[in-house]
Design a binder for this molecule. Structure first.
Ligand SMILES: C[S@@+](CC[C@H](N)C(=O)[O-])C[C@H]1O[C@@H](n2cnc3c(N)ncnc32)[C@H](O)[C@@H]1O
Length: 201
């Protein structure tokens, strides 16, 4: 701790969110999100996703809730160079914005498989234990089902991360994940609560 390090919680939050800063690609994607009414992940959540993708050397990632591509940019930046991000969203306008953000960042079309549809229709079609990392940021009322599908899709040692677990409708997933013997969880005070869990085995 130095004399510059903030100590009250609001200042600490600002310090954490602003620690790394964001480039023009991310800033533009965020701007499009604001125009479309889509709440993208914060910078600290994004940095955590990039960190997880890096340490897992992730080649296969599933994202539930593409939005405008802010979280996807962070994931792609952490993943292996030949990794593929499978990202699901019901909203075509959001996915088009994400496609543009990925292209702006220099990621070729082969790096992102964007699937338009309802998550609970798409997830059952994905292969068991084939994914290194899953990121959940779609319908809060469906988080318990994403948890069940996600645990099936992860390879042993893979990680599932849920955004906004402090918000009312998503809060019950925190209890369900804690009671799931297949998973080793940790909750981080980032954004509206970021819950991550590694698959045992
Ligand atoms: C908070 S936004 C995601 C933001 C994104 N992670 C980002 O950082 O840019 C939530 C997204 O989930 C999508 N969504 C909501 N319900 C869904 C569902 N049942 N299946 C798939 N996508 C859904 C919305 O269309 C929206 O784009």
């Amino acid at each position: 701790v130095t004399s510059d390090t903030p100590t009250d919680s609001a200042a600490l939050r600002d310090y954490t969110e602003g620690y790394l800063g964001e480039d023009e690609v991310l800033t533009s994607a965020r701007r499009r999100g604001t125009q479309l009414g889509c709440a993208a992940v914060g910078a600290a959540t994004g940095a955590t996703l990039q960190f997880l993708a890096t340490v897992l050397r992730a080649k296969a990632v599933v994202e539930i809730g593409t939005g405008v591509g802010v979280s996807g940019l962070y994931l792609l930046r952490g993943m292996a160079r030949d990794g593929v991000l499978t990202s699901i969203d019901v909203d075509p306008e959001h996915q088009n914005a994400a496609k543009r953000a990925f292209a702006d960042a220099g990621f070729g079309p082969g790096r992102a498989r964007l699937i338009m549809g309802r998550a609970l229709d798409v997830l059952p079609r994905l292969t068991d234990e084939a994914y290194d990392l899953l990121f959940v940021d779609a319908a809060k009322s469906e988080y318990l089902s994403y948890h069940q599908q996600g645990a099936r899709l992860l390879r042993p040692g893979g990680v599932i991360a849920f955004d906004n677990v402090w918000s009312g409708r998503a809060a019950e997933v925190a209890r369900a994940v804690r009671e799931d013997d297949r998973l080793t969880p940790v909750m981080w005070p980032i954004g509206d609560g970021l819950l991550a869990a590694a698959k045992v085995g």
